[in-house]
Write a protein that binds this ligand. Structure first.
Ligand code: BEZ
Ligand code: FE
Length: 304
């Protein structure tokens, strides 16, 4: 007998048809996705015009993507999905560690390796500041030689890729912490900016009357063998948008202040930002990346 397909039976019909999926996790994710997608369409009584509008919007999001721009990541960020995936990731850690924050669409994986104390500035002219602190384990012991990757926007709120051709790397660097987990380097005082608003995600943000800004911040990825990779950012206290980040990346524990005269700074005489990062032990199973996103140039490469 031919199965009757109507608004009540369609969900089970799709789930039944997918039930032979050999990969159990793929089956679980797709089954839940179909259930929630159908429930959403029923809840809002989705019209054909709205369905087509969504198809047009997603098509435009895809067309906006290049090796140097990831509009889908931006969409995930502005809908709070990236931040939710970060929070779920943090919940799976075995011990308390520094909170994750958004990787965002401007991470580049080939930033230059630098020595402790060096500057990440090559082009920009913003006011300089020293960033310093320790990378420790959950017990507060230093993690020797931890890899600290950093990137920040310039004094106009633009990342290098937004202003220069891709051969220029500005305000990015990688450092190895010393034998006691200490790191320090020079950069510019973090700035805030509006997320890229010239694509379909910007159209959505304007239609929702949202301001589109991120508070001033600097990004970090910190890693060491035996530890979960930490993807996070530090946010400057007092920024106008600290409580209304368009991509929901700020947590209280990641808010810092610039100290105009810090006697403990390893490079005294300059304003300094001090922050100690705590890494959680790596899971016993396969290393789980904490990156919600990648260098955009890698997304177009085939996954294996
Ligand atoms: C960023 O902080 O680089 C960023 C994160 C999400 C959207 C846009 C920018
Ligand atoms: Fe950023």
């Amino acid at each position: 007998m031919v199965r009757k397909i109507n608004e009540n039976t369609i969900t089970d019909a799709v789930i039944d048809q997918m039930s032979g999926t050999p990969d159990p996790r793929f089956n679980e994710v797709m089954t839940a996705l179909v259930r929630h997608l159908h429930a959403f369409a029923r809840e809002v009584d989705l019209t054909a015009d709205e369905w087509l509008g969504a198809i047009r919007f997603l098509t435009a999001v895809g067309q906006q993507c290049t090796p140097h721009r990831q509009e889908f990541v931006l969409l995930s960020d502005t809908l709070g999905l990236s931040s939710l995936v970060n929070a779920l990731h943090d919940r799976r850690a075995s011990d308390a560690a520094t909170k994750s924050s958004l990787l965002g669409p401007f991470y580049r994986q080939d930033a230059p390796m630098k020595k402790l104390g060096e500057t990440i500035i090559s082009e920009s002219e913003g006011p300089q500041v020293v960033f310093y602190g320790r990378v420790t384990n959950a017990a507060g012991e230093g993690v020797p030689n931890a890899l600290v990757q950093v990137w920040e926007p310039d004094e106009t709120g633009n990342y290098d890729l937004q202003k220069h051709d891709p051969s220029v790397m500005d305000l990015r660097g990688c450092f190895h912490a010393d034998s006691e987990g200490r790191y320090y380097f020079r950069g510019i005082c973090p700035t805030g900016y509006m997320i890229p608003m010239d694509g379909p995600v910007g159209d959505m943000i304007r239609a929702q009357r949202r301001h589109g800004y991120r508070p001033a911040h600097i990004h970090f990825i910190i890693s060491a063998p035996g530890y979960r990779e930490l993807v996070t950012a530090l946010y400057v206290a007092g920024d106008d948008h600290i409580d209304s980040d368009t991509v929901f990346g700020v947590s209280d524990s990641l808010v810092i202040s610039v100290n105009p005269k810090d006697p403990n700074s390893p490079l005294p005489g300059r304003p300094a930002i001090h922050y100690d990062f705590k890494l959680a032990a790596a899971a016993k199973s396969a290393a789980m990346s904490g990156r919600v996103g990648v260098d955009p140039s890698q997304i177009l490469q085939k996954a294996h």
